[in-house]
Write a protein that binds this ligand. Structure first.
Ligand SMILES: [Cu+2]
Length: 179
């Protein structure tokens, strides 16, 4: 019995290997002469996705920032379709309103400083990268011309000035160190 406990204890102290899924999207301006650029990383963790975005060369102020349903940035971003909304729920702000009162890709606004750069870090509950109803792989991230005022049905954020398609990598093994 003592020997068994010793073995179990030894196993628990070994590093665990987990499978992490990561994604990226490269944001580009939708107008031919646009200098808008950006980089988005998505990490699947804790039952959702942590999304981090950095954008540059964008007019200062708040800009609506959403995941849209289709994986195309053509026609000045219009080809990306409406908001990614697998449950057909109202428009909102995911971190505040939650999955029943916000679209799966409702990230609110990204605030751009006077130098044209902006960053956003946000957790999207229940979204995943590759599998299930809430998988965002192949969807478009849209940067809007105006701010999302959270009115129905889509926040009245105007045109689509930046766009990028979410690409997910194959799951990578990562070592989780136990605390
Ligand atoms: Cu949008």
């Amino acid at each position: 019995m003592k020997k068994l406990l010793f073995i179990v204890g030894g196993v628990l102290l070994m590093p665990l290997v987990a499978w992490a899924v990561q994604g990226t999207a490269i944001i580009k301006g939708t107008a031919p002469d646009s200098k808008i650029s950006g980089n988005v990383t998505l990490t699947e963790e804790n039952g959702g996705i942590t999304l981090e975005a950095k954008i540059a060369n964008v007019p200062p102020g708040k800009h609506g920032f959403h995941i849209h349903d289709k994986g195309s940035c053509d026609e000045m971003g219009k080809a990306a379709g409406g908001h990614f909304n697998p449950d057909g729920v109202m428009h909102g702000y995911m971190p505040k309103d939650g999955p029943m009162k916000a679209h799966a890709g409702d990230m609110g606004n990204i605030e751009v400083a006077a130098d044209g750069t902006g960053t956003l870090k946000i957790f999207l509950a229940q979204d995943s990268l590759k599998t299930g109803k809430y998988a965002v792989e192949g969807k478009a991230i849209i940067l809007h011309e105006k701010q999302d005022d959270f009115s129905q049905p889509t926040g009245n954020a105007g045109g689509r000035i930046g766009c990028g398609i979410i690409e997910a990598q194959e799951p990578q093994p990562v070592t989780v160190t136990q605390k």
